[in-house]
Write a protein that binds this ligand. Structure first.
Ligand code: NDP
Length: 452
């Protein structure tokens, strides 16, 4: 890194967080793209803005004891990372997964700060979760775990303090149990969580929002080049919330979606995944909680590839929607060799920094998750507004607002890239545009609020 201030911060972050590889990866990705802004903003260093941006305001870690159906006791670890509240209450999802640790949650919280800033809504950044894995657990076990988790978390959150949502393995079922326990302990009915069920304060379109928003963003990228999705072959990874609704919107816009995956392997459907087949996947994943391999048994046009990743499939557009670091340098090379023209991230940090460098060098259209998957948190922000108003908006109203927010995020990234000289002919550096646009707003708010 050329800028002396940026370089000093990077060295300090590495020394202080040596055991947190995901967090370091996320910070490096952002710092390397911020230099044009830091060069033009001499007020940052005397205000210690970068020092404060890379340090969470607060980290809470706690014990979560719970009992399984057979009466055995278990103990998991719970976390909430309250990263930055310069532009609003902390906001960000809860993840339940064996992989959860401080490094993963700090990377997610750090990214969330910039993402929430991009949405234009007044939301700070946070993230939380547990190393509890709901796979294979009964509904009652999940309920007891969620109740125990909230019995500690409740004292750190609130509708104007910190508003968690779902993330990997935290969907409608988990949010319902968490909300019920919060209401019981606090004896108050507020919008303290988003992603709630429609009968108790949830917003229409929140379930669809991240996937739909991703495709709205990608549609805008194509539009800049006078293109659209009609007839384009698309690969989608994952088969959870984000993947399902990314696939649904792609189908609606005339694309041919040929893959879905889970952590065991992927399916390739040569005829394309139709809405009918996708409805079957939703039932499989959200109700039966089955594996994607079952798709190939159900639909003869499909083949299942155990232990493989979707990136080996030839496509025009690729949408990583599963998890961090699922798309590495060799995967990027494979996609480029097969002629990919657009990669837009539904997951958080799915491409590692080497893969992103390949996309940038090849000058294809590349959208970083913190911009292209911001539709989920944006619609959470809309859920908060509806809860405050004690009103519910129609699906069409929320969808129109989501679409307009995604267009604004796209234009903000594009215009920021233009302003900082990060556009070269047809090529737009959306990655730097997103990081700089998100960062500048937070930095200005922090400077205005003094040394806190
Ligand atoms: P879900 O839990 O609904 O789905 C995750 C999917 O990814 C599952 O199909 C899961 O399969 C698969 N998966 C997990 N690990 C791997 C792996 N190593 N390789 C391949 N597939 C894997 O989560 P979401 O869809 O909600 O979230 C997906 C990503 O999107 C995460 O990065 C999340 O942070 C991000 N995101 C989510 C938002 C939301 O609103 N939900 C908002 C913004 C970002 P399996 O069943 O085998 O675990």
């Amino acid at each position: 890194m050329k800028n002396a201030y940026v370089n000093r911060i990077w060295e300090e972050v590495k020394a202080k967080n040596a055991n947190e590889p995901e967090f370091l990866q996320a910070v490096e990705e952002v710092l390397t793209t911020l230099e044009p802004a830091v060069d033009k903003m001499p007020e940052l260093e005397p205000n210690a803005i970068l020092e404060r941006m890379v340090e969470p305001e607060r980290v809470i870690m706690f014990r979560v004891p719970w009992m399984d159906d057979a009466g055995n006791y278990h103990v998991n670890r719970g976390f909430r990372v309250q990263f930055n509240s310069a532009i609003g209450p902390y906001k960000g999802g809860l993840r339940f997964s064996k992989e959860v640790n401080l490094s993963v949650l700090k990377f997610l919280g750090f990214e969330q700060v910039l993402k929430n800033s991009l949405t234009t809504l007044p939301m700070g950044g946070g993230k939380g979760g547990s190393d509890f894995d709901p796979h294979g657990k009964s509904d009652k076990e999940v309920m007891r775990f969620c109740q125990s988790f909230m019995t500690e978390l409740y004292r750190h959150i609130g509708a104007d303090v910190d508003v968690p949502a779902g993330d990997k393995n935290v969907g409608g079922r988990e949010i319902g149990y968490l909300f019920g326990q919060y209401k019981r302990i606090r004896d108050e009915y507020t919008g303290v969580l988003t992603g709630k069920g429609l009968t108790f304060g949830g917003s229409l379109i929140r379930t669809e929002a991240t996937g739909y928003g991703l495709i709205y963003f990608a549609r805008e990228m194509l539009k800049v080049k006078g293109q659209d999705f009609k007839g384009k072959t698309c690969v989608v990874s994952g088969s959870g919330n984000v993947a399902q609704y990314a696939a649904e919107k792609l189908i609606q816009l005339g694309a041919k979606v040929v893959t879905l995956s889970d952590s065991s392997g992927y399916i390739y459907d040569a005829d394309g995944i139709t809405q009918e087949k996708l409805d079957w996947v939703k039932e499989l994943k959200c109700v039966k909680r089955g594996r994607i391999s079952e798709y190939a048994k159900q639909f003869p046009s499909a083949k299942y590839f155990e232990g493989k990743k979707v990136w080996e499939v030839k496509c025009d557009c690729a949408f990583p929607c599963a998890t961090q670091n699922e798309l590495l340098e060799a995967d990027a090379e494979m996609l480029l060799k097969n002629g990919v023209k657009l990669v837009a991230e539904g997951a958080n940090m799915p491409s590692d920094n080497a893969a992103v460098a390949k996309f940038q060098a090849a000058k294809i259209m590349y959208a970083p998750g913190k911009a292209s998957n911001a539709g989920g948190v944006a619609t959470s922000g809309l859920e908060m507004s509806q809860n405050s108003e004690r009103l519910s908006w129609s699906a069409a109203e929320v969808d129109a607002k989501l679409d307009s927010i995604m267009c604004n995020i796209h234009d903000n990234c594009l215009n920021t890239a233009k302003r900082f000289g990060l556009v070269d002919g047809e090529y737009v550096n959306y990655q730097a545009g997103a990081n700089i646009a998100g960062f500048v707003k937070v930095a200005e708010a922090m400077i205005a609020q003094g040394l806190v």
